[in-house]
Design a binder for this molecule. Structure first.
Ligand code: C2E
Ligand code: CA
Ligand code: CA
Length: 753
């Protein structure tokens, strides 16, 4: 580091060395307030005054001569001591107005005036008269001598010892007072928020500690790892007040810059006769440095106190930096520097409760196909692209607008409807973005919410915008969509239903009904499909077409599906016990269930626990499900087949199964969707989808069943087309287990008849 600094400012070396030579502790000129040791002589005998000054007159301790203060009675001394300052030693006559006037004065000095530092030497003319030992101890008396005892030499040594002891006491007390002030200053500082406030507080407190005007700057050392040593002003006061937030350089403030650079390099404080430069070590973050003008050089004690203060404050600065970093991390996106979702919600809350609500529009801006761009061109490129989008949104939409980044490729704009509208925002994407010399054309989809039409919190508004965005995307890249209240009602209804469904399931309010499947030729039942039912507390039935998607969406279908599986298997076992043993139970399995890692295990356990014979259990999976992830499905179906259960493709004809694919799937049965059965009646025979499915089943060697058969005509046509099995209201509606039992017994008879 010294190397780089020399390279930096080569011409300044000499000057700096002068400025930063080792300090000269206790250099006489630097101690203006204590240039002399003040000694007070209190004695009613004038001769004592003159002999004492004569004896001590040329005493010089640590380059400081003595200065005498004279009092000729205890009364006069009391008066004077109230105003005199910095008396180091008092030579006090015991016997003056009264025999013990001196002792009373001592008590007055210590107890009333509370002068604890001053050293007191008692003298008495009468050898026989000595104050009690207690008084000497209680009033902190340094020495007690008879006047005859105090020869010149003795007096000299006694006073020297007293001055030394006074100086030590002063130092200790100064330190203690200083430490008190530091504790106070630190407490004050801790109540300040933000690095800049804290920095300003530090400057003020230093000046305060030293009894100086606040005239200086506090800088932070930016990017020290590059060796570039940029000094950025965090706080400025006095003549520098305009320097705030600027960079401090050798050309703008040569003296301060070089003082600071040296301080940073040597990592310690530097003291000059008219200024101090203080170093605050940044342990967790950056180092700070302060420069302050002083009207005098600092004492050693002050320097030591500053050292304590600086290390104290360094920790504090570190902490506020950490806190503000955390604050930034919590509220701002690191890449784009824009507010993040959390911060946006705060801003939204403020907008909603403020006067601008009615004019404001919120728009989510979702970049189309960003994931592909990212994958194709790399994350670095993707990041640059996001930053470019952030900059364009911010710079083109005006100052009074909030632009936030709330997700990977989702931005958010909040502001006046004149700016936040599809034309303006989508218009920004017409010009390509230039990244690393390449033009990238982006498009975006918007989900908008007019806050005037919005009720609820900021977070709700964001959710609404998200709903609008999803709608815009589902409309084949329509570009944008405005949220409307009815959409929210719909969503809230779904959430409400999810809670209700969860509690209904946990309170066993769901049940399974069974819809018979019959042989079209014999019209005898061959099996039944298990269908889930939900009857709410007010007696209404909720259609499974409504609640099954919610159960899937919320994951509830995993537990619910298992329950249906076990219930249906148990019913199958019960039916067999009742004599209906050539009977198959069909159970619907949703995609979410099917993909669950424990599906197979769940199936095996259900079969084992209930004792249901697998060859009489059939799983129905939808055709659209069969179309996704073919490899996974083929493997899965093979494993399921090993358990012995059979598989039907539900709603067949609605998907786009390719023939070759169908051949690879180990399935047993195709279930013609109700829509194609309904169609049969009117349409010309021979060209119906139902017919094609029947044909296909025959060709592939698969069983075929038609569902939704409502009238006899349909049944007849299906039969004539060669469809062997059917299910529908014509034969039976879905019914409870008990009803099924009865129906089977009766129908069995009817069928024979
Ligand atoms: P799905 O599997 O296609 O079930 C057949 C649906 O058609 C049943 O409706 C049934 O009541 C109805 N249906 C039967 N015959 C006729 C008829 O002649 N005319 C008319 N108009 N409808 C008929 P449901 O019970 O409302 O079930 C609707 C859908 O809910 C089912 O369609 C199935 O996808 C799903 N579902 C029902 N229970 C379960 C279950 O336990 N698990 C899973 N995953 N899905 C289920
Ligand atoms: Ca079904
Ligand atoms: Ca179906």
């Amino acid at each position: 580091m010294p190397q780089s600094l020399e390279n930096h400012v080569p011409a300044k070396d000499d000057q700096d060395d002068l400025v930063f030579l080792e300090e000269h502790p206790a250099a006489p000129a630097t101690h203006a307030p204590r240039e002399v040791w003040r000694v007070m002589i209190i004695d009613d005998d004038e001769d004592v005054h003159s002999t004492t000054t004569f004896a001590l007159g040329n005493l010089d301790m640590q380059h400081r001569p003595l200065e005498f203060v004279h009092a000729y009675s205890a009364g006069q001394a009391r008066e004077m001591l109230r105003h005199e300052e910095e008396i180091a030693v008092i030579l006090l006559d015991v016997v003056m107005e009264q025999d013990d006037a001196g002792l009373h004065l001592v008590r007055y000095i210590r107890e009333t005036l509370k002068l604890a530092d001053v050293r007191i030497i008692l003298r008495t003319g009468q050898p026989g008269y000595a104050p009690e030992i207690d008084a000497i101890r209680d009033y902190d008396i340094n020495d007690y001598k008879t006047k005859s005892e105090l020869t010149r030499i003795k007096l000299f040594t006694t006073v020297t010892a007293a001055i030394r002891s006074y100086e030590q006491i002063r130092k200790i007390n100064d330190s203690r007072r200083g430490l008190d002030r530091i504790v106070h200053a630190s407490t004050e500082l801790m109540s300040l928020h933000g690095v800049q406030n804290f920095a300003a507080g530090v400057l003020t407190q230093i000046a305060h500690l030293l009894g100086q005007e606040t005239n200086g700057v506090l800088c932070v050392q930016e990017c020290p790892e590059n060796g570039c040593q940029e000094l950025v002003v965090m706080a400025a006061a006095g003549q520098y007040v305009n320097h705030n937030n600027t960079q401090l350089t050798c050309s703008t403030e040569p003296r301060i810059a070089s003082a600071m650079e040296h301080t940073l390099e040597e990592r310690r404080n530097h003291y000059e006769d008219d200024a101090v430069t203080l170093y605050f070590a940044g342990k967790a973050s950056r180092a700070f440095v302060a420069f302050l003008h002083t009207n005098r050089a600092l004492t050693e004690i002050e320097q030591r106190l500053l050292e304590v203060f600086c290390s104290n404050v360094a920790v504090g600065l570190d902490n506020v930096e950490l806190v503000s970093h955390l604050h930034n991390a919590a509220f701002y996106d690191a890449l784009s520097k824009l507010p993040n979702r959390t911060r946006l919600v705060e801003i939204l809350d403020a907008t909603i409760s403020g006067p601008g609500k009615d004019d404001a529009t919120l728009s989510l801006v979702d970049l189309d196909h960003f994931a592909e761009t990212n994958d194709a061109l790399g994350h670095q490129f993707g990041d640059e692209l996001l930053v470019a989008v952030a900059e364009r949104l911010q710079s083109r939409l005006g100052q009074h607008l909030t632009v936030a980044r709330i997700g990977g490729d989702i931005f958010c704009v909040l502001g006046d409807a004149t700016q936040v509208n599809p034309t303006t925002i989508l218009g920004l994407f017409q010009v390509p973005f230039s990244i690393e010399g390449q033009d990238v054309q982006l498009s975006a989809t918007l989900g908008l919410v007019r806050l005037a039409e919005h009720e609820g919190t900021g977070a709700d508004a964001l959710k609404d915008a998200d709903i609008a965005l999803k709608r815009a995307k589902s409309m084949q890249r329509a570009g944008h969509f405005y949220y409307s209240r009815s959409m929210g009602v719909e969503i809230r209804e779904r959430v409400r239903m999810m809670h209700a469904l969860r509690s209904a399931f946990s309170q066993n309010q769901l049940f399974v009904v069974y819809q018979p499947q019959i042989d079209l030729v014999t019209r005898r039942p061959v099996g039944a499909e298990a269908l889930l039912r939900w009857q709410t507390a007010d007696g209404k039935f909720v259609s499974p077409d409504k609640f099954i998607p919610i159960a899937e969406y919320s994951g509830l279908i995993i537990d619910m599906g298992e329950w249906v599986m076990r219930t249906a298997c148990r019913e199958l076992v019960a039916l067999r016990a009742a004599g209906h043993d050539n009977f198959t139970m069909s159970i619907n399995v949703s995609q979410v269930q099917f993909r669950h890692p424990y599906f197979l295990e769940m199936l095996r356990r259900a079969l084992a626990d209930t004792g249901a014979p697998p060859e009489f259990v059939e799983l129905e999976i939808t055709e659209s499900m069969a179309m996704e992830e073919p490899d996974m499905l083929i493997k899965m179906l093979a494993q399921i087949k090993q358990t012995g259960v059979s598989i039907a493709i539900d709603d067949f004809g609605t998907g786009f199964s390719s023939l070759s694919y169908l051949q690879r799937l180990q399935i047993d049965r195709l279930k013609i969707d109700r829509a194609f059965v309904t169609e049969i009646t009117g349409s010309a025979r021979g060209s119906s989808i139902a017919e094609m499915v029947i044909q296909l089943g025959r060709n592939l060697g698969l069983a075929v069943i038609a569902e939704g058969v409502e009238d006899e005509r349909q049944a007849q046509i299906l039969q004539s087309l060669g469809c062997p099995l059917a299910q529908g209201f014509l034969f039976a509606r879905p019914m409870t287990a008990d009803a099924l039992n009865g129906w089977l017994s009766n129908d069995a008879l009817e069928g024979v008849a």
